[in-house]
Design a binder for this molecule. Structure first.
Ligand code: ARG
Length: 249
């Protein structure tokens, strides 16, 4: 069979267009600097009483979701105020927050790490007990290995002062060595925290991604905790190191 040069040219054009989209997408979008995620039913959106997403989470057992301690509090007039379990709804398998897809499940109890005071001091960890089990496969917990790539997921801001995303996004960032983290983050605790990001920034979790998962080599290694701004050079994102809390998960 003969292949016409025109067909070859047309295919080449399509290929170039596809490739340029692939290259262009990460620059503009995110989490910060990421892309629209694939299906990830174990990624939880936490909704407040009004139905607005305010944090993320990850399904670690059929009836338990891990999130950040600071996600179980809201700003009150006199400081942080506990969110009541009944004010929270967990949504799983809802890629697009504008839809009603996936499943909603109520929260019957909140365990927050008893030592948690503020994100900079760590122990930014909470477990939500769901009203009942869901049918999705939970993600297994493992430890973070410096130098490996990890993927953060969320519906948070796509730039430090940018809008949030209605579509779940993901971004790949390298897990940094503890001495880099300690140099960038005051109060860094190597046993109980990890940090991830490129030296030049550009890719990161951001506001609204808190509580959401950081996954490396197929294992849940971190929970989005805090950062100075988002995706800034020299400012890796800080995550709760889940391996440290294994006996509580
Ligand atoms: N604390 C933020 C939140 O409430 C998440 C911060 C993550 N920031 C970062 N640069 N990695 O959503």
């Amino acid at each position: 069979m003969r292949i016409s040069p025109r067909l070859v040219a047309a295919l080449a054009l399509v290929a170039v267009q596809l490739a340029s989209q692939l290259v262009a997408a990460p620059a503009a979008l995110a989490v910060v600097g990421g892309s629209v995620a694939g299906r990830a039913p174990w990624v939880a959106a936490l909704l407040d009483a009004r139905g607005s997403q305010f944090c993320g989470g990850a399904l670690i057992a059929p009836d338990r979701v891990v999130t950040a301690a600071h996600c179980t509090q809201e700003r009150g007039l006199l400081g942080p105020r506990d969110r009541a379990p009944r004010q929270l709804t967990v949504v799983l398998d809802r890629h697009d927050l504008r839809t009603r897809s996936g499943v909603r499940v109520g929260v019957s109890g909140i365990w927050r790490h008893p030592a948690f005071t503020d994100v900079g001091r760590g122990d930014d960890l909470a477990v939500l007990q769901l009203d009942g089990p869901v049918a999705f496969e939970p993600v297994r917990v493992g430890d973070a290995v410096a130098g490996r790539t990890a993927t953060a997921y969320g519906w948070g801001r796509t730039a430090e002062s940018g809008p949030v995303s209605s579509l779940l996004r993901q971004v790949d960032v390298p897990i940094r060595a503890d001495h880099d983290c300690a140099a960038a983050l005051a109060g860094y605790r190597a046993d109980a925290m990890l940090c991830a990001g490129f030296p030049d920034g550009g890719r990161d979790a951001c506001t609204g991604d808190s509580g959401g998962p950081l996954v490396s080599d197929g294992l849940l290694v971190g929970v989005v905790s805090y950062g100075r701004g988002c995706a800034r050079a020299g400012q890796p994102g800080a995550y709760t190191r889940l391996a440290h809390y294994r006996d509580r998960l």
